[in-house]
Design a protein around this ligand. Sequence first.
Ligand code: M6R
Length: 603
Amino acid sequence: MCGIIGYIGEREKKEFLINGLKELEYRGYDSAGIATFKNGHISSYRALGKLENLIHKTDLFSSDGFGLGIGHTRWATHGKPTEINAHPHCGEFSHIIHNGIIENHREIKKNLLSKGVKFLSQTDSEVIVHQFEKFISEGMDAKKAFKNTIEIVQGAYAILLITKDEPDTIFFAKSRVPLMLGTNRKKEKFMSSSDAPLMGHATEVVYLEDGEYGWITKDEISIFADEQLVTPKFITLKKNKIHAQKNGFRFFMEKEIYEQSNVISETFMGRVSNDSIELEELNNIDFNNIDSIKICACGTSYHAGLVATYLFERLSKIKCQVEIASEFRYKEPLLDKKTLFLSISQSGETADTLEALKIAKIAGLTSLAICNVDNSSIVRLSDVTLLTRAGIERGVASTKAFATQVATLWLLALYIGKNRKTISKEKMRTEIEALLRIPSVLVVKNSTHEKIKRLSKRYLHGHGFFFIGRDIFFPLALEGALKLKEISYLHAEGYPAGEMKHGPIALVDSELFTIALMPQTILYDKIKNNVEELSARDATILAISPKKLNLADDFIKTSNQSHPMSEFFEMMIIMQILALEIAVRLGNDIDMPRNLAKSVTVE
Ligand code: M6R
């Protein structure tokens, strides 16, 4: 996810901005840039790749003395990671940096193009600076032009803008993406997407609310909401940087679990309208010419792929198989050119998935990647990519990467269904309604977390866990078991609930913990029967369900959802938190579990 930094004061601006961007590196980025403004002159530098490249490029540039500056790290969402797409974006006399997605950028761009405005990049962000300058050319002053621009743009944004029209000012706006302002005794002014870059510099900060915008100079900070001046609520800035990067959470994994509601909104952004799904990346694939899908992936990504097999067959009416990439590689697979090859990988660097993709390419299949990292090896090799937009994931145990993979696959299943005309308008509408509810389903309730924390103390021993589920809740059970294994080091297996009686039931006794996923929207009575069979043999049962189950030893009540995917995402979070709290009690390293690596680039 992108990072933003801004400064007004006497310091060497280049140094301050680049050091600030270093503090935001943990968010992930693929290019970076700065612009400084001094004595009526704006100097702007951008570089692809690591900050080292920007440092190298600005080697001979200095910007001391009073002035202002803005800096940005970009995580590509619209347009490839290239220097031209890096921020700041410039017009004729103004520069902007932007985090988030401008959902109506196409309409704004079309309108500006028709008026002769020239665009340089493929980003959605560039429309902001041109729209702003357009308003100025129509006679507005900078403040009015900025306010009007903010009224036009829709979507998620944290924006900083500098312009020769107001040389002492940085304009800002915030909606659904974090942005904070800070100051200190020397009256320096700071802007950032998070606390870390401001620590040791700003003493007091204000966290902007959605819909707030304004301007900031050496002497004043003016914040507006609904055209009214807002009195900023400054608070003292805390001092612990790692704590700040974790946003106050104990572990990156915990932060990433809580982030899921926001990042999934980013996954959907610009791709979902009231009655349709638009995936412009896929415009060149003719889905009527494809008769099956082959998915290859590893670990958590494999589980997302397994969920997708249900979605593709059910919604898109297309045959679909998923294979573990390390198995696929050596099985001498028979491949058909009418099969779409779909690789799923958070990192885009997993060796087994990459090799499987190479096999598919050699066989002449069209390849589509579902990936979180643009410009990764898998993305570069694939014909097309859908980015999951989860932002960087620091916890080795994948959480938000999984959630956004499943969400992207759901979008894809609906998109294919639309193209193949396998989904009625009515069905599409109900699916989209359900989809748009997911961000709220993913908000973690304090009471749920507390309950799981308390329950976790009963699950620290025993001779193993069985996570059971049916339908899409079977891959979710696999994922729940994998999360627990990875960070608690306890033995856990995911199993299709109906399959327990074909063998594993022999293991059952009171020391065998069964985590039963019991949604009300899919096969509730069937799974209830399976749970009864285990209870009759004295298994210890933790039921996760909206319906109370008397025979369960422990029970986590979920909300009354009407769509299976809502139940899916709610149960996903519960299992992630359960794994986390068990591992915390066992005293394990949550973010870097033993023997595991975030990116597995070896066979
Ligand atoms: O980067 P990828 O999605 O290709 O990684 C695949 C697996 O290595 C990964 O999902 C692994 O299982 C995680 N540690 C799961 O939490």
